[in-house]
Write a protein that binds this ligand. Structure first.
Ligand code: FES
Length: 244
């Protein structure tokens, strides 16, 4: 924040961590909310939860006029950090927000944070769990075969798609697959960024080799009924076709 920027009345903490269990995310949200002296939201950039735009809307709805967005994690992704100003500007423009919005620095540059991390590693060494050669194996039970499926769906869970609310749409897709009776025919994998982020939220469908943009619950419902059940193509949603 610059000296001209007023003190924040709300903080949006952004976490980039695809492999975080919901329970641990909730614990982190609770701890940060307790520790933060002003109202805050804690949002993961990859996940099924509502994304940053929804969180910003909520903070504004609670009366926030000066919001600082703080990336959390050491280091925070360079490419995400470079993309965030544009994404936040998009939200600001779209919502007509005329308060103050600022993006805080990556904590990799904060000597106090790094010193606290180093000291905590020493202070908590006694709590570290010893690892022995008998402790386990790299192979887990039940992870030997590909499950039977007719449709392979790669659902982008990358941060840019999630800015467009891909997280909740992943939940909607699971609901629609079950509701329309095709869940057992589908092998659904959530992926990192598939690259055409500007056309997100992105879902790739194989073996057909067509990639779709599915923006809301209606799009998802039509995709399941038309593409997966009826075997047709929803041309207006196709963003890429793999040449055979
Ligand atoms: S984040 Fe989904 S295509 Fe990049």
């Amino acid at each position: 924040m610059t000296s001209e920027t007023p003190a924040p009345d709300a903080i949006l903490f952004l976490i980039s961590q695809p492999y975080l269990k919901g329970k641990r995310l909730k614990a982190l949200q609770a701890s940060l909310t307790r520790a933060c002296p002003v109202p805050c939201a804690v949002v993961r950039m990859e996940g099924r939860e509502p994304g940053p735009m929804t969180a910003l809307d909520a903070l504004v709805g609670e009366g926030a006029r000066t919001i600082v967005v703080q990336p959390v994690g050491i280091p925070f992704s360079d490419s995400l950090f470079a993309w965030l100003p544009g994404a936040l500007a998009h939200w600001q423009r779209e919502r007509g927000f005329d308060g103050n919005l600022a993006l805080a620095a990556d904590q990799i540059d904060d000597e106090a944070v790094l010193a606290a991390l180093a000291q905590s590693s020493i202070d908590r060494a006694a709590e570290a769990k010893p690892v022995t050669p008998e402790a386990g194996s790299i192979d887990g039970a039940g992870w030997d075969e590909v499950p039977a499926h007719r449709h392979h769906l790669l659902v982008c869970n990358g941060p840019r798609c999630n800015f467009r609310e891909a997280g909740p749409l992943r939940t909607v897709l699971a609901e629609e697959l079950t509701r329309q009776g095709v869940a057992r025919e589908c092998l659904v994998a959530t992926t990192g960024c598939l690259f055409p982020c500007n056309n997100g939220p992105v879902v790739a469908h194989y073996p057909a080799g067509r990639w779709y943009r599915l923006r809301d619950r209606n799009d998802v419902a039509r995709f399941v009924s038309t593409v997966l059940k009826d075997g047709e193509t929803l041309s207006q949603f196709v963003i890429h076709e793999v040449s055979q």
